[in-house]
Design a protein around this ligand. Sequence first.
Ligand SMILES: Nc1ncnc2c1ncn2[C@@H]1O[C@H](COP(=O)(O)OP(=O)(O)O)[C@@H](O)[C@H]1O
Ligand SMILES: [Mg+2]
Length: 210
Amino acid sequence: MTGLFITLEGSEGAGKSTNLKYIYDYLVRVGHQVLQTREPGGTPLSESIRELLLSHDYDGMDSDTELLLVFAARAEHLKKVIIPALKAGQTVLCDRFTDATYAYQGAGRGIDEQRIADLETWVQGSLRPDLTVFLDVPVEIGMKRATNRSAPDRFEKEQLSFFDRIRQGYLQQTLKEPDRYRVIDASVDLAAVQVQIKSVLDQLTDNNQH
Ligand SMILES: Nc1ncnc2c1ncn2[C@@H]1O[C@H](COP(=O)(O)OP(=O)(O)O)[C@@H](O)[C@H]1O
Ligand SMILES: [Mg+2]
């Protein structure tokens, strides 16, 4: 038996970390064994790579270096954490995954999509998320929320146009794989966002009753 692989996507301040807990609590309540994790990160080595990726010590990092670091962190995370959990029948709930690579390093940095797809196949084989919740928020709203939260990291320091490309990149991906994505309007207040998420989860768990 393999568990469900659910990912949460969206740009800065969309509410991923906030709503991850809501999704976790819901799934536990209906009887799932849930492993909550994040990217880049999720293992000690991958968290160290995350620090390299976010640190201002490496402002101006080459975008291929950035892409390879993201996938290095992901390879470790998959082999040490995600795949074993799925094999054990757990539901894996991950704050960002490869869709974020297409959005940030692809649409954002301008790396050719095919190069990302090659690495995706190399590192993941055929493994893809079963469901991806995309929290969509206009860039200005997301940035305002993120700025109130903490000092900007290496990505958050980018121009608004970078985040616009990311949002557009995500939206295009949702059109390519409509079955996998659930698009949530995350510009509204938290309660209204969670009403939408609840409806997605109600549908999902009805379809997957043990
Ligand atoms: N729907 C919402 N309305 C207003 N503020 C929100 C909403 N969702 C999240 N926030 C706040 O915005 C900030 C960023 O949310 P967070 O979950 O950290 O976003 P992300 O993980 O997507 O970057 C947090 O301070 C959070 O409390
Ligand atoms: Mg977050």
